[in-house]
Design a protein around this ligand. Structure first.
Ligand SMILES: Nc1ncnc2c1ncn2[C@@H]1O[C@H](COP(=O)(O)OP(=O)(O)O)[C@@H](O)[C@H]1O
Ligand SMILES: [Mg+2]
Length: 395
């Protein structure tokens, strides 16, 4: 692999491609890995593995600003350099506030442009080295019994967070009968089995190649397509993969099979919070209580557990007071039964995206509220501090 800086170049606001190419030409230390002059799908374009984003523009309009803002939010650790053909005087501050790290007026020599990009990268790496790469939260969705709604909760939570522009990775840890792919309408081109077969190191590029992309932006590490592939997934492998995934997104959500298998225990061990999904029947409630007790024995703080009662409106002779008495705590979230839910699973579009006004979708958005703030806070202050510093230096 070469050590060249990988750049994504986005042409906005009538940027002159010839000028931009000349500014980037002749530099073996800079490799343009993606070029785009359309506005079609910036999200996909900006998702490509890269070290820096170069936004080139002839003028500087709101469109360019939105592009910078999007690039900054999509991957807060990746620097953005703006090449402009107008005098940068009036726009430097706006560009920095949108998330740019430097602004260069064209025409400019390739050496100067390369030097500016290297400086920006060095500054960013300096910040990360001092403070350590932040690890995103990892949420483990548990339910000691099958069919309680774990997969439903995991996929709707993931999509609800992606709708808030968070970078979400969803892992299907149901290694024998995982059905996240089915519920999200994804073709299993690559799965966790292929990743295990590919072997270490599990760097961002390799992980990215094994994640399937849902229309909402959620990236999914699918479960194996055959139950006998499950044995290829070891606990050590999972630990390594989680550690790497947590440095490439804002939140990792793991859907689990029923029960406390070694893989589930390893996931709970590294998780920052858990969602326990139960239903209104005696078996489920008994197992939910056992599950909560097991988490407690593992040293899990009840504050980091969200108790979800699925199909909470079922009339089965058990009241919500009975639930609290049996389990020993009140559910934090109620998800009603909704016949649109199986329909949304069959269509491959989770209910938060297909029937946004339903009570079930609202419940999943309430669940997403619990994770939105914390994850955003984990990522932003560092980026914000860097930007403030740079803006002050520039003025
Ligand atoms: N609140 C609900 N209303 C209607 N159907 C539901 C609800 N929750 C789950 N289901 C359906 O029940 C089945 C099992 O749900 P699933 O999420 O796959 O459970 P688990 O992952 O715990 O085994 C699915 O077909 C799902 O569509
Ligand atoms: Mg499931």
């Amino acid at each position: 692999m070469s050590d060249a800086i990988r750049a994504l170049v986005a042409l906005s606001d009538e940027a002159d491609r010839f000028l931009v190419d000349s500014a980037l030409s002749g530099e073996s230390t800079l490799e343009v890995v993606g070029y785009s002059d359309t506005q079609d799908d910036w999200a996909t374009f900006l998702e490509q593995p890269s070290d820096v984003v170069i936004v080139a523009c002839a003028n500087y309009s709101d469109r360019t600003e939105q592009l910078i803002d999007r690039a900054a939010k999509q991957r807060p650790g990746r620097p953005i350099v703006v090449l402009t053909q107008v005098s940068p005087n009036g726009l430097v501050r706006r560009a920095f506030e949108a998330g740019a790290d430097d602004v260069i007026a064209l025409p400019e020599s390739p050496e100067t442009v390369r030097f500016a990009i290297q400086k920006v990268l060095a500054r960013r790496q300096g910040v990360t080295a001092v403070r350590g790469a932040p690890a995103a939260p990892l949420v483990c969705v548990l339910g000691p019994k099958g069919g309680t709604g774990k997969t439903l909760v995991s996929s709707n939570l993931a999509v609800a967070l992606a709708q808030r522009d968070m970078r979400v990775v969803l892992v299907d840890l149901d290694l024998q009968f995982g059905d996240i792919g089915l519920g999200l309408g994804l073709i299993p081109e690559r799965t966790i089995y292929d990743l295990a077969k590919a072997g270490p190191p599990y760097d961002h590029d390799k992980l990215d190649r094994h994640l399937m992309r849902h229309a909402s932006g959620v990236k999914v590490l699918l479960g194996p397509t055959r139950p006998d592939h499950a044995s290829a997934i070891s606990v050590d492998f999972l630990r390594n993969v989680y550690a790497s995934l947590r440095t490439m997104c804002d939140i990792v959500i793991v859907d689990t099979p029923p029960g406390f298998t070694p893989e589930v225990i390893a996931t709970i061990d590294v998780s920052t919070s858990a969602c326990v999904v139960g239903m209104l029947d005696a078996y489920s409630l008994k197992n939910t209580k056992l599950g909560l007790e097991t988490l407690e024995l593992m040293g899990y703080s009840p504050d980091n557990i969200t108790l979800i009662l699925n199909r909470s409106d079922s009339r089965v002779g058990i009241t919500h007071d009975d639930v609290s008495a049996i389990i020993g705590r009140n559910p934090d979230l109620l998800v009603p039964s909704d016949r649109e839910i199986p329909r949304s699973v069959n269509e491959g579009v989770p209910i938060v995206a297909s029937r946004e006004r339903s009570d079930a979708a609202k419940a999943f958005r309430d669940l997403a509220d619990r994770y939105t703030k914390r994850s955003a806070d984990d990522v932003s202050p560092e980026a914000a501090a860097t930007r403030t510093l740079l803006t002050r230096r520039r003025r």
